[in-house]
Design a protein around this ligand. Structure first.
Ligand SMILES: [Cu+2]
Length: 294
């Protein structure tokens, strides 16, 4: 069925609107290493209900986070005490428009004890305010209307990297290699330096490069850099994980365990094990050309 253009663009607008309405003041997923110095970047992606701009943000510093410094914002007044950091727009002109995203960054030293930390954030707007201060209730999975920002403090060796929308391409009989795709975000920055899986003899991160008229792939030299808080997407015809020397067919409906190994800027090693479903997710564009390796 063909969707008329007008209907499709309306649907896209509705999707954008609802995503904005559901957004929270939050920290990037992926967590942070216990004992590390961490830039908590609070993302504000919308104003309060019925408001047009965000005019202030107050972050309560939880136990387990020792404030080092807060990042000033042009046109805003910053006040910081060990327990509280506040930014306030100097005028309506410097307030944050509802449709704009911004990060408010607080650097601190994290506790050595792994576990979740919750930052309560009060967002004030041209009209009203939103108190992002609700904590999860033990034993309840009910969705909170105004959740506090959560940070997962991770034990040593567990990678502070968020892995999303991962999938592995299924194989046809006789195929010896395939690709794995995902979105990776490292809140504090990291480098993907190795991959392993029991289903493949070799697993590498590949990049695609034009050589004359030919698209070729090769292993990313020195590992794949994941800049802090930037999402790096591995996708068909772009960066990808190449699984070679397959030991079994990769069947749709199964899952493939992948172990991703990372290093941070100081050389500290960590890893993450993910179970990746086989088959392109619904809505993703099918690959237009074959994926060969040489
Ligand atoms: Cu490849």
């Amino acid at each position: 069925m063909t969707v008329p253009f007008a209907t499709r663009s309306l649907a896209a607008c509705a999707a954008l609107f609802s995503a904005a309405a559901l957004a929270h003041v939050s920290l990037p997923a992926g967590g942070a290493a216990a004992g590390s110095e961490y830039d908590a970047a609070f993302r504000v992606g919308h104003a309060c209900t019925d408001a047009k701009t965000t005019t202030g943000l107050r972050v309560q510093v939880p136990q387990g986070f020792t404030l080092v410094q807060a990042q000033p914002r042009t046109g805003w007044t910053l006040t910081a005490t060990p327990r509280e950091v506040t930014w306030k727009a100097d005028s309506a002109q410097t307030a944050l428009p509802g449709a704009e995203r911004a990060e408010f960054i607080v650097r601190g030293k994290l506790t050595d004890t792994p576990g979740p930390l919750y930052f309560k954030v009060l967002q004030t707007c041209d009209v009203g305010s939103a108190d992002w201060a609700q904590l999860p209730v033990a034993g309840s999975s009910a969705k909170l209307a105004l959740p506090a920002a959560r940070l997962d403090v991770l034990p040593a060796g567990v990678a502070a990297v968020d892995v999303r929308d991962a999938w592995v391409r299924q194989t046809v009989p006789g195929q010896s290699g395939t690709g794995a795709f995902m979105k990776l975000t490292a809140p504090s920055g990291a480098r993907l330096v190795g991959i392993s899986t029991p289903v493949a003899g070799v697993a590498e991160v590949h990049e695609m490069k034009m050589e004359g008229d030919t698209m070729r792939m090769r292993e990313v030299p020195g590992g794949l850099a994941l800049p802090a808080r930037e999402t790096v997407e591995l996708k068909p015809s772009g960066l990808h994980v190449m699984l070679m020397d397959l030991k079994q067919p990769i069947a749709k409906g199964s899952t493939i365990p992948l172990t991703l190994r990372f290093e941070d800027a100081k050389g500290a090693k960590s890893s993450l094990k993910v179970d990746v479903p086989v088959g392109a997710p619904a809505g993703s564009a099918p690959e237009s050309h074959g994926h060969t390796h040489n």
